[in-house]
Design a protein around this ligand. Sequence first.
Ligand code: OAD
Length: 253
Amino acid sequence: MTVERSLASRLRDARAVTVLSGAGMSAESGIPTFRSGVDALWRGRRPETLATPNAFAHDPLLVWRWYGERLAHLRACRPNPGHTALVRIAALVPHLTIVTQNVDGLHRAAGSTRVIELHGDIRRARCTACGMRRTDHVDAAIAGTIPRCVCGAMLRPDVVWFGEMLPDGAIEEASAAAAGADVFFVAGTSAVVYPAAGLVPIAREAGAFVVEVNPEPTDASSLCDLIVRTPAGVLLPQHAAELEALVARDQAG
Ligand code: OAD
């Protein structure tokens, strides 16, 4: 007879847990996902047409207005129970790494410490001339103007646009975390953007138990050992609570 192990027991026994998160992770914080139809459009434009070096070269003010509105919205957004559940799980496993495609900083705001931000952070900007990174651009962007560096040149959002390289070392570090995971969560991502999506087969081939947390099927679903069609903000707190109960039972003897 095969006894199916619970996810909580797999988490309790795991040396390393890795989470690949995407926009759906922040959906319950009120941030629209990228591919959620009309909600994802900004003034009728698809994000993919704005998040490119060409769009910025052609019309930097338009691109900054898009980021300015996102920054203004982000000020009112807080981590949701899915983000905080990962902090609770991290407290009970030796290594928990979050590899996120999100640029909203909400994993860190929730208290997660080991976070690899593959696509940068919308709350940072960098100079198009001298490369200096800054965080004092937010007010200018929200005011609908192009933020400038102290050297006078335009700043740009410190995020990865389509066609650009990921931050130095980020994918190598993320691949190592995927390959070393005993349990690998794919949470809130459509898994269509590479190289992030390529972490799922890396984890799977290295022997991780792969769990998808997403109300909808994705390109990664066929690679998952367990699929939970529940929002991350509901499912992850349930697993955190089950893990906490299991660890408390073990400690009680
Ligand atoms: P997408 O918008 O492509 O996918 C979001 C996923 O989240 C979908 O599969 C939804 O079904 C799922 N989802 C929605 N609500 C959820 C919830 N409450 N809990 C769990 N899942 C939920 O976003 P990403 O996969 O993150 O890249 O997109 C990847 C990249 O494409 C982004 O980082 C960005 C984008 O263009 C760059 O800007 C470089």
